[in-house]
Design a protein. Structure first.
Length: 551
């Protein structure tokens, strides 16, 4: 019975990393119970919105309305024919526009206005092959033409088009055109629709690999608080099919589960999506109390609630700050008795939630970082964002030496700088930094490099190069008597890039030259206990230093 009531958690398709960012909103389909309805053979899903070559805006037809300073999606409804509606994408923003595409087709979709709401009226079928996904670049001052979907039959209505772009969705002008009721129904449950819904932890029939039946039922019940729309109803039907397949293994238990599923299906909800409704339902799930008055920490039910709260944190644009208050109260109450799995979910929530600073004190974060090892990085990141350097030092004094490089990354960065523009906040190493560097120079090297966003020539910025020289110096001293602390090409190439950035505009400085010469010597010395792979990396590094010096 235990084997039956547990199943597989998450199953991701293998997408190429370079397309991951553009398509995260679509990939979430693979995390649900099953796939969406089969729309692969539906005409609207198979319609391709082609992209021709770019043209200068001076050649843009006068009938196209496109404002200066922005990107415009213009639909020429008057020119619609049996092939579709002519679409113009005009870039007058001053910067290039990256447009995701699949198999040469833009993500351009028809929408219809129904009862004051816009609904997609063109379904989509994603490809299983990562090679299907690519991008077009529309330079500033240019435009391109495409074709929007027009059903062969339907009824007239107010329609528009929506295009997925690098800066979010572009919306066209409105106009009169045909739309099809079946297309709207198909679009409501296809892969693209599921990608816009909260993703689900997966249920299966293998032992110790996922949610139990009861936990999955809790998940579906929480979804009812989110929306009683087509995707939620589809997921309930899919789970019923999963249960029916398992009747032969435990008919009585399956019947009990189906009865509970019917109760969930009968719950009345609204088709409109409600983030606040889902948040409140998650809080109720975390409040569950056993008969003896003990908080119900057992089972997978808390995992489901934290999983959805993590999703809400990344999609919280219409949630007020005060809505999260009880969530953080539950977090602080539950953490002392939380399982390892729940700690992991709470960790993800802390890293993603935009209002952590409103409800979790620096003292709480520092204690949590020390007591719960898997939460160390998320707490350190939040403390670094608050410029709580003393708290980070306190943590560093109480954790294993191997965790120091990770703390150093958040200790060094300037929190006030936005995103990838982050730099180092000091010009020389203090005692805590020196301790971290001595603990593992190479890991500290990577940690600082990652904390600053991997920017080109980041090593040469004021206040940063001195720190890297300190790290390199420690690294070279270590490598002269011990095996290299890395044995992979990717790690070695990081140090090569650093050495290459030591070349200034007028050539290599005397100090940099000395370090490069020491790297050359490392290629020839004998180090006891060194593996063949480490020796090979050392010799490759020597060859790289030689190239830099000769240039």
């Amino acid at each position: 019975m235990t084997a039956f009531f547990s199943g597989a958690l998450l199953c991701h398709r293998r997408w190429r990393k370079k397309w991951m960012t553009a398509f995260m909103w679509a990939i979430t389909l693979s995390l649900s119970v099953g796939q969406g309805e089969n729309v692969g053979e539906i005409a609207s899903a198979n319609f391709r919105a082609p992209s021709g070559g770019t043209k200068p805006n001076v050649d843009l037809p006068k009938k196209v309305s496109a404002a200066d300073g922005k990107v415009t999606l213009f639909a020429d409804f008057m020119a619609a024919n049996e092939k579709g509606v002519t679409i113009y994408i005009v870039n007058r923003s001053g910067s290039p526009l990256v447009i995701p595409a699949q198999d040469g087709s833009l993500f351009l979709k028809l929408a219809v206005k129904q009862d004051g709401n816009w609904r997609r009226a063109q379904s989509h079928a994603f490809s299983d092959c990562g090679n299907s996904y690519h991008t077009y670049v529309l330079p500033a001052g240019q435009y391109l033409e495409s074709v929007g979907y027009k059903p062969k039959s339907g009824e007239p209505g107010t329609i528009r088009f929506q295009l997925k772009g690098s800066d979010g969705n572009l919306i066209s002008n409105e106009g009169l055109g045909l739309w099809n009721l079946e297309d709207v129904a198909d679009s409501s449950v296809d892969a693209m629709a599921e990608g816009e819904e909260p993703r689900l932890l997966r249920f299966g029939a293998e032992e110790n690999h996922g949610l139990s039946v009861d936990a999955y039922l809790t998940q579906l019940k929480l979804l009812k608080a989110w929306s009683d729309g087509p995707v939620t109803r589809l997921r309930i039907r899919q789970f019923r099919d999963e249960l029916v397949k398992l009747k032969s293994q435990d008919a009585v238990r399956v019947e009990e589960a189906i009865a509970k599923l019917d109760e969930i299906a009968a719950l009345k909800g609204t088709p409109e999506k409600s983030r606040r409704g889902l948040l409140d339902a998650c809080v109720m799930a975390l409040r569950e109390i056993k008969k003896d008055g003990v908080v119900a920490h057992g089972g997978n039910h808390p995992l489901v609630a934290w999983h959805f709260l993590h999703w809400l944190s990344r999609n919280s644009e219409d949630l007020p700050v005060e809505a999260w208050k009880e969530v953080f109260e539950q977090l602080q109450n539950r953490l002392p008795a939380a399982s390892r799995e729940e700690c992991g979910m709470i960790d993800s929530f802390i890293r993603s939630n935009p209002v952590v600073h409103e409800y979790l004190s620096s003292e709480f974060l520092a204690k949590a970082a020390i007591k719960y090892p898997m939460m160390l990085e998320s707490c350190a990141e939040r403390l670094g964002n608050r410029s709580e350097w003393k708290q980070l030092v306190t943590i560093g004094e109480q954790v294993d030496e191997g965790r120091l490089p990770m703390i150093l990354g958040y200790y060094c960065v300037e929190p006030s700088a936005p995103g990838a523009a982050k730099g180092i906040r000091m010009s020389s190493a203090d005692p805590f930094m020196e301790k971290c560097i001595r603990s593992n120079p190479w890991e500290c090297f990577n940690s600082i490099r990652g904390a600053t966003g991997y920017r080109e020539r980041v090593y040469m910025e004021p206040g940063l190069s001195l720190l890297y020289w300190d790290i390199c110096e420690n690294f070279l001293k270590t490598a002269e008597v011990n095996p290299f602390p890395f044995s992979s090409y990717s790690d070695m190439s990081g140090l090569v890039r650093y050495l290459e950035n030591s070349r200034e505009q007028d050539g290599i400085s005397p100090g940099a030259k000395k370090r490069l010469e020491r790297v050359l010597k490392l290629g020839d010395i004998q180090i006891q206990g060194e593996t063949e792979e480490q020796k090979k990396c050392r010799q490759q590094l020597k060859a790289a230093a030689d190239r830099i010096l000769v240039r």
